[in-house]
Design a protein around this ligand. Sequence first.
Ligand code: NAD
Ligand code: UFG
Length: 335
Amino acid sequence: MKILVTGGTGYIGSNVAVQLLESGYDVIVLDSLSNSKSSVVERIKRITRKNLTFFKGDIRDKSLLDGIFKKNTIHAVMHFAGLKSVADSETNPLDYYATNVAGTVTLIESMLFANVKKIIFSSSATVYGDNGLIEHSETSPLNPINVYGKTKFIVEGMLKEIRSGNPSFTYAALRYFNPVGAHCSGLLGEDPKNKPNNLMPILANVATGRQKELSIYGNDYNTPDGTCLRDYIHVTDLAAGHIAALEKIIQTKTTFTVNLGTGKPHSVRELIKTFELVSGKKITFKYAQRRKGDLDQYFANPNEAERLLAWTAKLDLFRMCEDVWRWQQLQQSGL
Ligand code: NAD
Ligand code: UFG
């Protein structure tokens, strides 16, 4: 079976492409390379010793998409392509609506025109937003508080409505918590083109000396050590959740929305401590003001993913940091 992976040279998409190839699927990657490098394609091939087809292009390019669907018998789409910075989404909202919402509309129009009716969508725990809860199950109220979160919320709603009008359209919306980690080979990891805003890549930059110190945004939160708690999930576990979701929709043609998280949150301080242990490097940090929009803590209730997909996250915080550190060292060695 051939799977079209949009955003497949990106952080999560590339790790999923590896597991798809390892699971016997054929893979076509479509990516604009706006936040990734073409060398990722070679790395995926190197890890899997399998071939894949790569198209450089934009999901908003309808004629390109129509051409890909026409020339290939595609069984399902895994849709990772999108913009993902919360801060950037507040400054450039139109870019986020154009790529994340309108881009998904174009993609699905093209899919349906070609009679491709299965899609796995990268949603985010950010759709829960500020709903007054700290543990989120899929039925928790949704209250996204930033433009990025709103684009994911809109696409989730759109998928539901497309399904209502067309019962043979099948989708899985996967709400990721905080993806971190890297492929165990050290060849695939998070490699943003712009300055990172997320904790793990910043931590890695401090450990490798690319950044002087880490600012911890707030140590007066209502948590055991005063720093925020998040549900960090290893990208390899996250990728395995995608394979399980794909197999579920292929076998049962059911449609579902599930959390992909561990259910075990960790604080910023814990992450720093674990990274220091793994890398043997001192992480210099200072306490800074709270970051606008941050919540004290939230984490997944992962029971539905386990029930529906027989999937649970297996890799712990130590392993997440270990794999990021290996990835960072290989990157630095210019490999
Ligand atoms: P990423 O930026 O590494 O990967 C996204 C890929 O999409 C990049 O390779 C980029 O070049 C490509 N892309 C962007 N716009 C495109 C367009 N218009 N046409 C074609 N390709 C385009 O991000 P990621 O962390 O791998 O995230 C993948 C998906 O998961 C995104 O939809 C993101 O919103 C979602 N998500 C990510 C996180 C996270 O923390 N990483 C959390 C929740 C959800
Ligand atoms: N943090 C710092 N210093 C930094 C960066 C982050 O202290 O330099 C803290 C934040 O305040 C937060 C924690 O580290 O408490 C995690 O922050 P991230 O930016 O890594 O992650 P967020 O939880 O803010 O958001 C992430 C993704 C979103 C996604 C959300 C889903 O960035 O895209 O998880 O849960 F929507």
